[in-house]
Design a protein around this ligand. Structure first.
Ligand SMILES: *[C@@H]1O[C@H](CO)[C@@H](O)[C@H](O)[C@H]1NC(C)=O
Ligand SMILES: *[C@@H]1O[C@H](CO)[C@@H](O)[C@H](O)[C@H]1NC(C)=O
Length: 423
């Protein structure tokens, strides 16, 4: 009997196609025996992965946790693979993984070793969170076109097709154009008939939880998750729509073409913020867990094969290749300039949308992050004063950082101050 190279358990839409893809590349299937490498390709929680990795290591089994993205088609013809875990396994599986992965540019595989323990799943989790953000940003652009500009579906589809030829060129923009122009069997557009109540499986929520846990302001993904939660209150929303008034409906009086450009730039700038925040979270997790992550390599893994694949990720790879120590994507020259060029339009799109009563949780949180991050002085001095006033939590003076002091604000304060801590 022929010796198998790899076995795969879990033959649903992606598993089945992954096996066929491996078969196409000459790798043979079944027969798993003790002492082999176990690869978990599901969306496992990264802490479970870390625990399993340690348990299996004790038993002499090499455990690899790999993020896999690309859906049904990607699994069959080239997914994005994000393996991590016990690195001793990597030389044994590298050829299989890199041959079946999606290829970009001059044939570079969208798959490389991510890092120790749960790193592969953490990176996949952040990928999914970013996917939530990208989808919500596109929805906000669609909402503005539909309800501020009053555009028809075919016309909106054309706009997305045009955007697909710009720096926004990506899988999600492309499928949005296709979805907008899709007709149901009765000849009408299908999209407006779909119930506006979004589902989720949890990876976006995990990303937001990790962001809170490690204290990283990944606000856009958080808002994207909450936007889905809000949409799921569909029945309440119908009741509220009859009771809570918004601004009076007015006809858009501005220049349509220039407003469409504003929306496009708002989408692009917000997307830059979302990826900036995602990479901030990766950096913090790497610090927490002692992982060595290759950020350019991660951008390349996401460049093709997966749901967030885009030309834009090539630029992120360039930024980290240029400076692997880059502290924040916004500080890279390319992205700094890109946001600068979008800024006026970004503010214009948001203020017009706010006036018209359109919810844009991700456009607005992205702009607030940008404005917050670039401010030399935030109003958090007042928070510190309030905390010290009511709880004697102490504060530092700008002139004397590192020295925590307490003020007798009321004239009847005691002499006890709480020890300082950061959470
Ligand atoms: C989007 O652009 C890609 C090339 O980058 C192209 O293959 C695809 O057909 C385009 N999709 C649409 C809907 O225009
Ligand atoms: C706080 O100020 C009041 C009024 O000046 C004073 O009587 C009190 O002793 C002070 N408390 C401390 C702990 O210094």
């Amino acid at each position: 009997m022929a010796q198998a190279d790899i076995a795969l358990i879990g033959l649903a839409v992606m598993g089945q196609n992954l096996v066929l893809n491996m078969n196409d590349h000459g790798f043979v299937v079944p027969l798993l025996e003790a002492g082999d490498i176990i690869i978990d390709g599901g969306n496992s929680e990264y802490r479970d992965t870390t625990r399993r990795c340690q348990d299996l290591k004790a038993k002499g089994i090499l455990f690899v946790r790999s993020g896999v993205s690309g859906g049904e088609e990607g699994a069959r013809y080239g997914p994005s693979l994000m393996p991590g875990g016990n690195k001793e396994a990597w030389p044994h599986i590298k050829t299989i993984f890199q041959s079946i992965a999606a290829k970009v540019g001059t044939g570079e595989p969208c798959c490389d070793w991510v890092g120790d323990e749960g790193a592969g799943h953490f990176v996949k989790m952040v990928h999914n969170g970013i996917e939530y953000g990208d989808m919500q940003l596109i929805c906000e652009a669609y909402h503005l076109m539909k309800d501020v500009l009053g555009m028809e579906h075919d016309e909106m589809a054309k706009v997305f097709e045009e955007w697909n030829k710009t720096e926004l060129d990506s899988f999600l923009i492309e499928i949005t154009a296709n979805i907008l122009k899709f007709h149901d069997t009765d000849g009408q557009h299908l999209l407006p008939k779909i119930r506006d109540s979004a589902g989720q499986k949890g990876t976006g929520k995990w990303t937001a939880i990790s962001a809170l846990e490690y204290g990283v302001p990944v606000t856009l993904i958080g808002e994207a998750v909450f936007a889905r939660c809000l949409s799921s209150l569909k029945d309440e929303g119908i009741q509220a729509s009859k009771k809570l008034a918004g601004p009076p409906k007015t006809k858009f009086g501005g220049d349509k073409k220039s407003f469409l450009e504003d929306i496009q730039k708002a989408l692009y700038a917000s997307k830059i913020i979302s990826y900036t925040q995602g990479f901030m979270l990766l950096r913090q997790a790497a610090k927490e867990f002692g992982w060595t992550l290759n950020y350019g390599g991660i951008a390349l893994m996401w460049r093709g094969g997966c749901i967030i694949r885009s030309v834009f990720l090539g630029k992120i790879k360039d930024a980290f290749d240029w400076n692997p120590q880059l502290q924040n994507l916004l500080l890279d020259d390319f992205f700094k300039t890109a946001v600068q060029k979008c800024q006026d339009s970004w503010r214009q799109a948001i203020s017009t949308g706010v006036q018209a009563g359109i919810p844009m949780p991700c456009f607005t949180t992205a702009l607030s992050f940008y404005d917050g991050y670039r401010h030399e002085m935030l109003p958090a001095n007042l928070i510190q004063a309030q905390r010290d006033y009511f709880g004697a939590h102490t504060y530092e003076l700008l002139a004397k950082p590192g020295q925590f002091i307490h003020t007798n604000w009321t004239g009847h304060g005691g002499s006890v101050s709480s020890s300082s801590y950061n959470a």
